[in-house]
Design a protein around this ligand. Structure first.
Ligand code: NDP
Ligand code: 2IT
Length: 445
């Protein structure tokens, strides 16, 4: 079993899909020893089987804008692996969406969902539709057109989509509404639903809350906590928002947020009314964080820059894949960062990740640290199946327990001889074993 040969075969099979190959390589590098030590995996050819999605659905989405112009976008659903439960994963609307990008996200989701302790398989979907600047009516028509095709492939025991970049509560509402109209059933086919129609309390906050809980667990291994820490955050979407709220609750000071065009540094800390103001900016469909500096003049906007040049104790990349490169990682290390916990999926490049591991930084990879979002989606599914609603306290307590068990699983499989916990290795091995064993149990099908 030679990793280079496996990767070169995969490159031939998946041309033009660099993010997918990046995600697969990271996982295979860390699980290869487990596969070598356990002949059952090789006998069942698990590696070749686990890197191939079960199914890729690709479809045309036609919709009309407010001026009557007709547009065509591509829609996808990658149903990656359902060995441990029905397919589960978000939907992304962003102009950068490609099939390769969604394959990377579906692959990651399979291992992430395995870590949550809940029975969920892995999937991802989306479209290259750009929601920016679109009216509410345009968003609704697009969501309906997208669902007019996707409804055939999803269901509460088949495949349960949720939100991701560009897809929040509003979009889930429009997609769910169309599904309900077409199928004639009101059930838990989506998660991230509105509170009055089957949604779980705490789901909007869950990814960010879970990310900060995971960071807190990592810090505890060094006798530290979030209290008093300076925190840098990237993005200001759903995950950044939840992370900022929880970091503040645990006594940290968050000093940055960012957008694709630059970052804001607020030395006084971003909390309370400032967070509410940011939500207003987002709701007004603005694509920049700069206006924050007009409202809070102590804050500064750094155009074209990323927040990783700011000195901090804890860094939370919460925007998009490969948003933190080697130079950024070097800046963080030079400035004495203690902990990096990924709210986004694969925000650190492989070189950045290597540098963090080399310097023994507490580094939480997304499939572990941001798993609180999908875990709480799992809790929403449970509530839907039981036809009852848990209180916010109940859901948050369950989320907290899940994040602690994910952390424990990472320590169990990732602790090295010198005591350093390699969370990349730990999360990949823990996620892999459960899925691979289930595939073996279920035979070659
Ligand atoms: P949102 O659409 O709510 O927010 C995305 C944020 O990232 C926006 O503030 C956006 O700015 C910003 N952004 C986009 N591209 C860049 C860039 N190149 N540089 C800097 N900022 C950028 O998405 P989510 O918060 O839901 O998702 C963020 C990340 O977290 C993604 O990687 C997603 O896969 C992951 N994730 C999400 C979960 C969830 O439950 N939602 C669960 C687990 C992971 P602007 O709006 O100005 O474009
Ligand atoms: O990347 C992710 O884990 C998500 N976008 C959430 C998926 C979900 O099904 O809640």
């Amino acid at each position: 079993m030679n990793l280079e040969n496996i990767m070169s075969d995969l490159e031939k099979k998946n041309p033009g899909q660099p993010e997918f190959l990046q995600a697969v390589k990271e996982v295979l590098e860390t699980i290869i020893d487990v596969v070598r030590e356990n002949p059952k995996y090789e006998a069942a050819n698990i590696i070749d089987r686990i890197v191939e999605p079960d199914r890729v659905i690709s479809f045309k989405v036609q919709w009309m804008d407010d001026k009557g112009k007709v547009h065509v976008n591509r829609g996808y659903r990658v149903q990656f692996n359902n060995a441990i439960g029905p397919y589960k994963g978000g939907i992304r609307f962003h102009p950068s969406v490609t099939l390769g990008g969604l394959k990377f996200l579906g692959f990651e989701q399979t291992f992430k969902n395995s870590l949550t302790t809940l029975p969920m398989g892995g999937a991802k979907g989306g479209s290259d539709f750009d929601p920016k600047g679109k009216s509410n009516a345009e968003i609704m028509r697009f969501c309906q057109a997208f669902m007019a095709e996707l409804y055939k492939y999803v269901g509460p025991d088949t495949d349960i989509p949720a939100g991701d970049i560009g897809v929040g509560g509003r979009e889930i509402g429009y997609m769910f509404g169309m599904y309900k109209k077409l199928v004639g059933e009101h059930h838990g086919v989506f998660t991230g639903k509105g509170r009055n129609w089957g949604g779980s309390l705490i789901r909007p906050e869950a990814t960010g809350f879970g990310n900060v809980y995971f960071a807190e667990e990592m810090l505890k291994t060094r006798g530290e906590s979030m209290k008093g820490k300076i925190v840098t955050v990237s993005g200001f979407g759903n995950v950044s928002w939840g992370s900022i709220i929880k970091a503040n609750q645990l006594g940290a000071r968050v000093v940055t947020i960012s957008g694709p065009d630059g970052y804001v540094y607020d030395p006084d800390g971003i909390s309370g009314d400032k967070v509410d103001y940011l939500l207003e900016l987002r709701a007004s469909n603005q694509d920049i964080v700069k206006p924050y500096t007009y409202e809070y003049p102590n804050a500064q906007f750094f155009e074209g820059k990323r927040p990783w040049e700011v000195k901090c104790d804890v860094a939370l990349p919460c925007a998009i894949q490969n948003e933190l490169n080697l130079e950024d990682a070097q800046n963080l290390v030079n400035n004495g960062v203690l902990c990096v916990s990924e709210g986004a999926n694969m925000p650190c490049t492989p070189e950045a990740m290597e540098l963090f591991l080399e310097h023994k930084i507490l580094y939480g990879p997304g499939k572990a640290s941001n798993a609180g979002g999908v875990a709480t989606s799992g809790l929403e599914q449970t509530q839907n199946a039981m036809k009852l609603n848990w209180t916010a306290e109940e859901v948050e307590q369950k989320l907290h327990t899940i994040m602690k068990s994910i952390h424990e699983a990472c320590v169990k499989h990732g602790k090295e001889e010198d005591g350093f916990v390699n969370y990349v290795k730990g999360s990949n091995i823990a996620g892999f074993i459960k899925v691979a064993d289930a595939m073996i149990d279920q035979g070659v099908i």
